[in-house]
Design a protein around this ligand. Sequence first.
Ligand SMILES: CC(C)(COP(=O)(O)OP(=O)(O)OC[C@H]1O[C@@H](n2cnc3c(N)ncnc32)[C@H](O)[C@@H]1OP(=O)(O)O)[C@@H](O)C(=O)NCCC(=O)NCCS
Length: 192
Amino acid sequence: MKPNPETLSSKPNLKPNMNTKTKSPAMKNSFSFIVRMARNSDLDDIMKIENICFGIEAFHRRQFRYALGASRAVFLVAETMGEKTIAGYALGYIRRGVKKSGKSAERTGAKNARLYSIAVSPTFQGMSLGAKLLSAIEAEFAAKKCARVFLEVHENNVAAATLYESRGYRQRGYKKSYYHDGGAAKKYVRSI
Ligand SMILES: CC(C)(COP(=O)(O)OP(=O)(O)OC[C@H]1O[C@@H](n2cnc3c(N)ncnc32)[C@H](O)[C@@H]1OP(=O)(O)O)[C@@H](O)C(=O)NCCC(=O)NCCS
């Protein structure tokens, strides 16, 4: 059976070293990136980034493969100019809004997006690539008429929370024991 991405939670970054900015200004400026739609041939590189960034919390290959064929998915990669090294990815899904009234739930015309995961290879972190991928996926969501973007972040993931907060995301909730390590999720939303 195909995995159902709606049941996946967005993931914590459990690697403590990734919460510290270490890139020198010279290194920061030494790469240019393009962002494009992900393809099947990117899967190996995406999995490498995924496993390094998330360890046991990593999505499975089949979940990414499913996303590549899902019409509601927006799946982007960033690659370096020249060498064409896959340096990061962003994955989100679009869904119709649901308005609940009493026991009934009715689909509304409004569409929302959920950012499932964004990750940058450690080699390329601190070079504004996370921000670039976030802007790019937001632009895709906006082009597909989404009104808001929702996401969750592990309470200890300082780098990701700082990225989202600096880009206009506001915390709107907190889910206790959301992640496998027992950590809580901070829930964020942004209108686009
Ligand atoms: C979170 C992540 C995607 C950020 O990507 P990045 O390319 O390193 O980030 P950028 O260089 O684009 O930084 C953009 C902003 O994020 C924040 N930020 C990034 N790294 C940070 C860090 N280590 N500490 C604090 N803030 C940080 C800053 O606000 C930064 O803006 P600034 O450069 O103007 O100060 C990256 O650290 C990553 O892949 N982490 C592992 C996977 C992960 O945790 N994904 C998120 C799951 S919810």
